[in-house]
Design a protein around this ligand. Structure first.
Ligand code: RTP
Ligand code: MG
Length: 141
């Protein structure tokens, strides 16, 4: 298996719940390393550009509204199979369908405010990491 990098976002609902540390602990306990991190308050352009693939979807405006409703923590996670591993730790998009013990099952209640984002493929990971981080902000370890 290859070492990969993935983009993770702790969304405004989880930041508001003071769950940043508990969520990052789950990544670290699963063997993923934080190699870059920052807190940001996204504006409409930055959030809309990030979710551009969903621009035509009926939930797009709500999604951008939610993602700009408070600060987020954006990080790059590195490790074996990091993209799929992070998606497993997150659980299903709708917390009601998420397996017990996943981040979304434990920290989220609704599909709109679902605690975390994780890249869904190597191509999205590459795009999303460079959307938030320059190379000199990533610290291989
Ligand atoms: P994310 O991109 O945030 O990691 O979530 P995901 O891959 O599990 O889900 P995705 O299909 O990429 O959707 C992005 C976010 O849009 C919201 N959503 N709402 N109301 C709806 O039917 C609906 N579908 C998606 C969710 O907040 C989802 O995380
Ligand atoms: Mg997605």
């Amino acid at each position: 298996m290859a070492t990969e990098r993935t983009l993770s976002i702790i969304k405004p609902d989880a930041v508001a719940k003071n769950a940043i540390g508990e969520i990052i602990a789950r990544f670290e306990k699963a063997g993923l390393k934080v190699v870059a991190a920052k807190m940001l308050h996204l504006d409409n352009d930055k959030a809309g550009g990030f979710y551009a693939e969903h621009k035509e979807r009926p939930f797009f405006n709500d999604l951008v509204g939610f993602m700009t409703s408070g600060p987020v923590v954006v990080q790059v996670l590195e490790g074996e199979n990091a993209i799929a591993k992070n998606r497993d730790l997150m659980g299903a998009t709708n917390p009601k369908d998420a397996e017990p013990g996943t981040i979304r099952a434990d920290f989220a209640e609704t599909i709109d405010a679902n605690a975390v984002h994780g890249s869904d493929s190597p191509e999205s990971a590459e795009r999303e990491i460079s959307y938030f981080f320059s190379n000199d902000e990533i610290c291989p370890r």
